[in-house]
Write a protein that binds this ligand. Structure first.
Ligand code: 9MR
Length: 735
């Protein structure tokens, strides 16, 4: 796998010539000012503190004996407090350090008091004494900042030495220029032999240039000329496209050359996406809460069960509500962790389960896919066993009979405050809380449980019946409480997943209940919903907040007897036409062009969901133009893009591998793994809400608003609802 530290990357970036992408304004800088007192440990260690016993000053260095047997990095630390930081100012943080080979120091600059927010951190593996230096921009003002070296988490004792600790303010910010490699951009995984084959060349040329396709032996096997496309809005680059669709011979190690640049290598292979279909779904097992992840099933990913009432976890076995919200506790163990955090959210769980099960309902080949999970080998398809892990959790979030809002679903359950990184689930010490019920969560539960009732019937009648009962109860409770809206303000310790529009959720739930039961009451609600005749295929077709298209797609794809089905199918085909037209406008072949070029959070999943609509167009009409559009969309995901990288871990020469996660946190702790192969990164997000992305990407143009760094939670997280369309689309392509 492609793994490179930030340190290595910044060195490479320095020597690679790349076209200018965005030009930051150059502010005037204050004089450089040292913030650390006595960083050279001259005769004394004061005012540094140590929770690791006294400092020994030897050879001008300060050393401590670090005890073994601690769990968290912060269990043992040395540092200095009362450091001034100014928001927006750039600092150079440097020191010399060494220690027992392979031991990791977590060097941080952050708040020296509760809530101990970390503003900057690096975790180099130590050895020989050497110099370390980075710059970062402070996101906040404080007079109680801290520079610290966290040393805990080692089973055995070791020795740490440090010298020349320095934090200099007023330094110029480093201009970040991504390493985008060769200017010829291809799908770094594979093109299908009988599929479209297009690439994009970033160039200053405005007239056609020749291109050549070479095989692995370097022999030119096809040639042609490019098509100028002008300046691409989504990247700000002048580009031309290459179409080599006519070449259909299977093989590995092909390259394309144009304008003096040679692309990264790629394959032409009919079976290239079979493994992705499996990997995209295997992602869910390692996201499971409430169960040990077995290392024999996922080598390198084994970990104890998270949130099962074993200290330091407070556990999900009897979770109370937030104060004043309810007077009971619920056993909400299990489910999937939402993303890189430890929260579990019903709206997002619902859409994720639905999309996984939708893939299962659409592609019969998924029945046989082996996910290598504890349940593998039982009589139920693995995909259903995996989705059931989440469904059981979703149903457990329903308010019990006899309590206020009985039948509604609690919106979410998570920690009282955000946990830090890295933190394995079983080590989370915080109090867990149920948040108020919401109409949206209740309807997402109704929809996914109604769908489950028909899908699981063949394998487990009792479970199917229980799911249907839960769905009916939820739907009725939502109708009785149609405006219990999850507020944007409820975002402390977990995501808000706020949603003020629920007509779409009502429509989707009614559609699923109707498809499963055929009952008139649900049919009437589908037909009278304003969503039924609306154009539901906007810039993004559907996501956790906009679910009308999920209902529309199932009405079009899953057999049912709704009056006017022809019009429903025609509306989906019109949606496919819309995304096809958008894609044709895009020199990178992306079926996504949001208003004002403002790419949304999780854009990769939005693009993949638009591709689901294109694929549905193919399922309905059999027209290859829609199938080809899906394949062209895949090219974007796997490297035919402005950053020249694949967004799926382990797929393509250069792929995202530092996604924001508390347990796949290898970038912060070399003892932890990167995300599993087949994990989708959120992708470019024009709003770059996190400070790390802001420090590197301010002023970015759409496709450039992404950075493969664990700190960038707004561009580079992984989630259960983003891997679901990846699974859906790879199942489509594989079949
Ligand atoms: O995916 C969500 C995105 O659509 C929202 O804009 C964003 C802000 O509310 O939240 C995203 O969801 C995050 C959730 O709140 C917490 N877990 C991680 C999710 C992905 O970043």
């Amino acid at each position: 796998m492609f793994v490179m530290s930030l340190w290595e990357r910044s060195r490479i970036i320095a020597v690679v010539a790349v076209s200018a992408l965005f030009v930051p304004a150059v502010p005037a800088f204050a004089a450089e000012v040292e913030q650390v007192v006595n960083g050279g440990f001259d005769g004394t260690a004061d005012p540094f503190w140590s929770s690791s016993g006294p400092f020994t000053l030897t050879g001008g260095r300060a050393c401590v004996d670090v005890p073994g047997g601690t769990v968290n990095k912060w269990d043992v630390a040395v540092g200095q407090n009362d450091i001034d930081l100014v928001a927006g100012e750039t600092y150079r943080f440097s020191f010399d350090a060494g220690g027992d080979a392979g031991k990791v120091v977590r060097a941080i600059v952050g708040l020296g008091a509760d809530p101990y927010t970390t503003y900057f951190e690096q975790s180099p593996a130590l050895g020989e004494f050497q110099h370390y230096s980075w710059t970062f921009t402070a996101p906040a003002d404080t007079a109680i900042g801290q520079v610290a070296f966290q040393l805990g988490g080692s089973p055995d004792p070791w020795n740490f030495c440090v010298d020349n600790v320095s934090l200099v303010g007023g330094v110029p910010p480093e201009v970040y220029v991504p390493d985008t490699g060769p200017r010829v951009r291809v799908n770094q995984v594979a093109y299908l032999p009988d599929g479209p084959k297009a690439a994009t060349v970033v160039t200053s040329a405005t007239t056609p240039v020749p291109w050549q396709l070479a095989n692995a032996a370097g022999k030119v096997v096809a040639r042609g000329t490019t098509t100028p496309r002008g300046v691409d809005v989504s990247s700000g680059q002048n580009v031309q496209t290459i179409d080599f669709s006519r070449y259909t011979k299977r093989g590995t190690g092909y390259t394309l050359t144009a304008d003096g640049e040679t692309s990264r290598p790629f394959d032409i292979d009919a079976k290239a996406y079979d493994k992705l279909r499996t990997d995209a779904l295997k992602f869910y097992y390692t996201q499971r809460s409430g169960i040990e992840i077995r290392d024999d099933l996922r080598p390198g990913y084994g970990r104890p069960a998270g949130h099962v009432d074993v200290a330091p976890n407070q556990g999900d076995g009897a979770v109370p509500c937030q104060p004043g919200v309810c007077d009971y506790t619920l056993n909400v163990r299990g489910g999937w962790y939402d993303a890189g955090d430890h929260g579990k959210y019903v709206v997002n769980g619902g859409i994720s389960v639905w999309e996984v099960l939708s893939a299962y309902e659409t592609f019969s080949a998924l029945r046989k896919v082996d996910l290598n999970i504890p349940e593998s080998g039982n009589r139920t398809p693995d995909v259903l066993d995996e989705a059931r892990w989440e469904l059981d959790f979703l149903m457990s979030m329903q308010v019990p009979a006899g309590k206020p809002y009985a039948g509604m679903a609690h919106h979410k359950i998570h920690d009282q405050a955000w946990t830090g990184l890295p933190l394995l689930p079983h080590l989370d010490p915080q109090r867990r809380e149920l948040h108020p019920v919401s109409t949206a969560a209740t309807l997402n539960l109704a929809a996914s449980a109604a769908q489950a009732a028909r899908v699981y019937k063949k394998y487990d009648r009792a479970f199917a019946a229980r799911a249907l009962a839960a769905a009916r109860t939820a739907y009725a409770a939502a109708k009785a409480n149609p405006v219990k809206l999850a507020p944007e303000s409820d975002g402390v310790g977990g995501g808000a997943y706020n949603d003020t529009k629920v007509t779409d959720d009502f429509y989707w739930a009614a559609a699923e209940l109707f498809i499963t039961t055929g009952e008139k009451q649900y049919q009437a609600d589908v037909l009278s919903s304003p969503e039924h005749t609306a154009d539901v295929f906007g810039a993004g077709a559907f996501d956790w907040a906009s679910t009308a298209a999920a209902g529309r797609l199932d009405l079009a794809l899953v057999p049912n007897r709704l009056p006017g089905l022809a019009a429903v199918k025609a509306s989906v085909v019109r949606g496919a036409e819309k995304y096809l037209a958008i894609q044709r406008q895009q020199p990178y072949g992306v079926p996504y062009a949001p208003a004002n070029n403002a790419w949304d959070w999780g854009s990769n999943s939005i693009i993949l969901n638009n591709m689901v609509v294109l694929a549905a167009g193919y399922e309905i009409t059999g027209r290859s133009v829609y199938r080809n559009a899906v394949l062209t969309g895949l090219d974007y995901m796997f490297g035919r893009n402005a950053l020249n990288q694949s967004y799926v871990t382990g797929y393509g020469e250069v792929s995202s591998h530092n996604q924001h996660s508390r347990w796949y946190a290898r970038q912060l702790d070399p003892a932890l793994p990167n995300p599993p192969v087949g994990t989708l990164a959120g992708g470019p997000n024009s709003s770059i809400q996190d400070p790390y992305a802001q420090s590197k990407l301010t002023g970015c143009v759409a496709q450039f608003c992404y950075i493969d760094d664990i700190q960038s939670w707004s561009t580079n997280e992984l989630t259960i609802n983003w891997n679901a369309p990846l699974a859906w689309i790879s199942a489509f392509v594989a079949s």
